[in-house]
Design a protein around this ligand. Structure first.
Ligand code: DC
Length: 224
């Protein structure tokens, strides 16, 4: 089992701000930023790219194990490289997002990605974010935070993010997408999204991004 001493585990539903907060906290503390959602996205992109039948669980597992995955922090954010191809943007498309559930419900896929995550987190102090970090990946992490925000706040944040990238925003579609992903994460049999018993709940609905980062750094400094 991984060393729990210097791991900050951040879980929560889609759009709660986990990625941006985890990245900022990692930068502040000089920790590795581990974006586990990017790993499920990368595996999904690869399966689609290779034309794998997404209902063939065995083929998905074999494909995921064969994936050569590199996550690299750069000055302009994280780069994701799959089998030598830069898929940083490709893994964020709506098609990939919509189909991730085909892989994230697959226990063999999860087992492989969790093993990779543990290996990465063992090497250095890490801020890991996802859905099952505090419950499954690093259950002994001393700092566990469950980040939530109201559905309305999450829709607003996503809408602003998309608008900033020049993408046209359909709020009704966003609401459905976020709601559906919540349901899928919470209701799957393997590693459902839930707050670990020893995680601290942080509701960020009425907090600025900067305030959330400060609060997480403060919480981490109390236990690490
Ligand atoms: O955080 P994100 O939106 O990039 O995550 C993409 C999907 O991957 C999300 O819908 C659920 C899944 N996921 C997961 O099952 N377990 C994780 N630890 C991280 C993400």
């Amino acid at each position: 089992m991984s060393d729990a001493t210097q791991i900050i585990a951040i879980d929560g539903p889609a759009g709660a701000g986990k990625s941006s907060v985890a990245r900022a906290v990692a930068q502040r503390l000089g920790y590795l930023f581990l974006d586990t959602g990017a790993m499920y996205r990368a595996a999904t992109w690869r399966a689609m790219h290779h034309g794998i039948d997404l209902d063939d669980g065995e083929a998905l597992a074999v494909g995921t194990r064969a994936m050569e995955l590199i996550l690299r922090e750069t000055d302009h954010g994280q780069e994701v490289i799959v089998d030598g191809t830069d898929v940083t943007r490709a893994i964020r498309t709506p098609e990939v997002t919509r189909l991730i559930y085909k892989l994230d419900q697959n226990s063999a896929v999860r087992r492989h990605l969790v093993a990779l995550q543990r290996r990465m987190g063992e090497r250095q102090p890490t801020v890991a974010e996802g859905r099952d970090i505090g419950t499954v990946v690093f259950p002994r992490a001393r700092c566990k935070i469950f980040l939530v925000a109201s559905l309305d706040a999450r829709i607003e944040r996503r809408a602003r993010q998309l608008a900033g990238k020049g993408v046209e925003v359909d709020r009704a579609a966003l609401r459905k997408e976020i709601h559906d992903r919540d349901e899928q994460s919470r209701n799957r049999a393997d590693s459902p999204l839930r707050q670990a018993d020893d995680a601290v709940l942080l509701d960020t609905s009425d907090m600025t991004y900067e305030a959330v980062v400060e609060e997480v750094v403060r919480m981490a400094s109390e236990v690490l």
